[in-house]
Design a protein around this ligand. Structure first.
Ligand code: SAH
Length: 378
């Protein structure tokens, strides 16, 4: 089969064999790439129209007990200036986000034992109490089944946990004292509990081969996550990988397009890392099948400190500026900003209906509670 025939097969059936994917990645020409991007864009349009969904990102702690070799907030980086947002600060971010029209808050951080289940449950309940119609996405790394379950019951809706790479050997070389199997188990657990889950991987990791990237595609196909975060690896100066090369824009775009073809209904962010290696990286990601962006809602004084890689964009902008800037960029690229919750179409129609029903009920309860407290005050 030729590369074009494999792209057509992916377009028509969302599947390809390992051999075909390897052949495609090894032989893709510039022209083939253009065709691939065209097709992936078409699939995104067929499923989501030209909507781009936005999520407000709250980077609430950069303390971390893990030592991932690529990451700037790894435990061994004693140059990292550590911070934690207080519950009040997190709520302020959510309040600002709600005002700016965000319907999803993403709470992301290093693996920080300070944020126990009790504290996380309190944060989630407080946010949900104020904004029951908004979704909460967590991205706090690996925790126990019970912990995930408690946070889900408290109201968390979604969980981002990139699998990082689906090749065991590569995974283990990058994650000291961590388990490849446990990371995957966590994703399974999250799915079982009922979260909408986000997996994902980095492109251009040192020693990563095309075959490793094929492993990522096949793993994703099997896992069938609701979301998938893909970004280039970018070295951070205070990590063991400081001297390595960045992942390229081209390769990352190719992988985004392939994921769109293999998982037509997945939510696919055009990531900040992509925007950090090219001024129009996010726009190019959207044109290759992406349909989500995650502007920053964190207080500006901590933005620089949440430094996973060098050259991260938007560290100086206020949340409102980020929101306005991204809308302009989305429109200019020919897309429409969609400010709904943007639940994944990987969910069944029944699941989506249930979510909407619950939101309606929660809204009515909140309105009644607000009225009661007004009457009491009056
Ligand atoms: N502690 C959470 C959140 C991690 S940060 C967790 O374990 O999931 C979010 C993502 O940033 C990571 O999953 C990783 O894929 C990405 N990341 C970290 N360092 C990076 C780097 N140097 N270049 C590009 N992406 C990086």
């Amino acid at each position: 089969m030729s590369v074009i025939e494999i792209i057509n097969k992916l377009y028509n059936t969302s599947t390809a064999t390992r051999e075909e994917l390897n052949y495609l990645l090894d032989n893709l020409t510039k022209k083939d790439k253009e065709y691939l991007i065209e097709k992936s864009h078409e699939i995104a349009l067929n499923n989501y129209g030209n909507n781009v969904y936005i999520r407000g990102l709250i980077e609430f702690t950069n303390y971390c007990i893990r030592d991932c070799k690529y990451c700037g907030i790894r435990k061994s980086n004693n140059k990292a200036d550590r911070y934690r947002l207080s519950i009040e600060q997190i709520l302020e971010c959510a309040e600002l986000g709600d005002k700016l029209g965000y319907k999803t808050f993403v709470l992301q951080g290093g693996e920080d034992p300070y944020f126990t289940d009790e504290i996380m449950v309190e944060i989630i309940k407080k946010i949900k109490g104020k904004y029951p119609y908004n979704a909460i996405t967590l991205s706090l790394g690996e925790r126990s089944y019970e912990s995930y379950e408690r946070m889900f019951k408290a109201g968390a809706d979604r969980y981002l946990l990139r699998h990082e790479t689906a090749s065991k050997e590569l995974y283990e070389s990058l994650h000291p004292n961590s388990s490849f199997e446990n990371r995957r188990k966590c994703l399974e657990n999250l799915k079982k509990i009922g979260y909408q889950i986000g997996a994902g991987f980095m492109v251009g990791l040192p020693k990563q081969t095309n075959n490793d990237l094929v492993n990522d595609l096949l793993y994703l196909k099997e896992l069938n996550p609701h979301m998938c975060g893909i970004g280039p690896f970018i070295p951070h100066k205070d990590t063991p990988l400081y001297n390595e090369n960045c992942g390229t824009l081209e390769k990352t775009i190719t992988m985004l397009a392939l994921v769109r073809l293999m998982l037509p209904k997945v939510l696919l962010p055009a990531t900040t890392a992509l925007g950090s290696i090219d001024p129009l990286g996010r726009e190019k990601g959207l044109k290759a099948g992406g349909n989500v962006v995650m502007p920053n809602l964190s207080p500006t004084n901590v933005r620089e400190k949440y430094s996973l890689y060098d050259g991260k964009i938007c560290t100086g902008d206020e949340a409102a500026e980020c929101r306005a800037c991204i809308e302009k960029r989305i429109n200019k690229a020919g897309f429409k900003l969609n400010i709904s919750r943007g639940d994944s179409l990987v969910l069944s129609e029944e699941e989506i209906n249930n979510i909407n029903k619950n939101i309606k009920i929660e809204k009515i309860i909140k309105e009644n509670l607000d009225n009661i407290s007004l009457v009491k005050k009056g």
